[in-house]
Design a protein around this ligand. Structure first.
Ligand SMILES: [Zn+2]
Length: 332
């Protein structure tokens, strides 16, 4: 039974007792509804057909016709052998993590471009540069907050194999804590963008003074380069959207994996498979661990602990390996 899907359908009004015809009921399934359904991993084309056919028909008929969540099916079959279809489902989760991360990355790409254009236009006008970029920064931060509050918890829910309506109590606390942690990273990024702007303003000012003293036009070359979003420990400068790409991917994966772990704790399961995929650019640590079974608690006698794998370096930034619960006799 897919409670989260039925819950979304009920929320839309599609099942209302009001006197509506089939067309009117179907029309209640808004763009937002389809986005949410897509985020849960359903095949929307097929689901549109089903909901079109069952509009106005008894609820129990609809419930029987609703598809199982593809993720639910994937985790159920995970302990079976690695078949081509199994691999497809693993790709689905990976793709979903990437898609959710891409949605915020695209916003920051646009924002970064807007900031760059504002720098270009306003090197002579620090006040306007500040006010324009402040506005862009506020917008980006608001988008990051709503992305964290709306899009990413869906991954936790999927990982935990619970419905959105069950996202309360400890699960809700876990999601809130992770949101706070991730939002802090976006706040740090915002502060870094602010520092970058102030640096550009100060440097432009210095060059204007020198130009005035030498009685020539100021030379602003080099100030129009990339907007630094993050400086690595080695001092390497990462552009804003490159950094967000990493941040978003890592955060999305973390929501999924935390959901998986907490769902397993809740169900008193202990063994999880580290997703199997290995690609050309997969790092050595992930190659060592991909496809292996680990014990979440670390108490298993037969299997290494998840902590061993983490200590070895899996789940590094950019890594999209994730955990798949294994229903296995002896899983404690
Ligand atoms: Zn990896």
């Amino acid at each position: 039974m897919n409670y989260e899907l039925l819950h979304l359908i009920r929320e839309s009004g599609y099942l209302t007792d009001a006197d509506l015809n089939a067309n009117e009921r179907y029309a209640l399934l808004t763009h937002r509804f389809w986005k949410a359904v897509e985020a849960l991993g359903y095949d929307t084309v097929r689901l549109k057909r089903t909901l079109w056919m069952y509009a106005g028909r008894p609820e129990e008929d609809l419930v029987r016709a609703l598809p199982e969540s593809p993720i639910q099916k994937a985790v159920r079959q995970i302990s079976s052998q690695s078949t081509g279809r199994d691999r497809d489902r693993q790709d689905d989760i990976r793709r979903r993590i990437k898609e959710i991360a891409a949605s915020i990355t695209e916003m920051y790409q646009r924002g970064e471009k807007a900031i760059q254009e504002s720098i270009d236009r306003n090197l002579d006008n620090p006040e306007r540069l500040r006010s324009e970029t402040d506005r862009i920064r506020r917008m980006l931060l608001a988008q990051a907050a709503s992305w964290l509050a709306a899009a990413v918890p869906g991954l936790y829910v999927t990982g935990a194999r619970i419905g959105t309506i069950q996202l309360h109590g400890p699960h809700a606390d876990a999601v809130r804590a992770l949101i706070t942690q991730e939002l802090n990273r976006f706040r740090e990024l915002d502060a870094q963008i602010g520092r970058h702007i102030e640096e550009v303003i100060a440097e432009a000012e210095k060059r204007r003074v020198q130009a005035a003293l030498a009685n020539r036009e100021p030379d602003y070359s080099g100030l129009r380069g990339k907007v630094v979003g993050y400086r690595t420990i080695e001092g390497r400068k990462l552009g804003v959207s490159d950094y967000v790409k990493m941040l978003a991917l890592t955060a999305s994966r973390d929501f999924y994996n935390l959901g998986t772990q907490n769902g397993m704790l809740h169900r008193k399961e202990d063994l999880a498979l580290i997703s199997r995929e290995v690609r050309r650019n997969t790092c050595d640590a992930c190659r060592r661990w991909a496809g292996r079974i680990v014990s979440i608690s670390g108490r298993s006698a037969e299997y290494p602990s998840l902590q061993d794998a983490l200590d070895d370096g899996i789940m590094h930034p950019h890594c999209i390996h994730y955990l798949i619960p294994v229903d296995y006799p002896g899983s404690t």
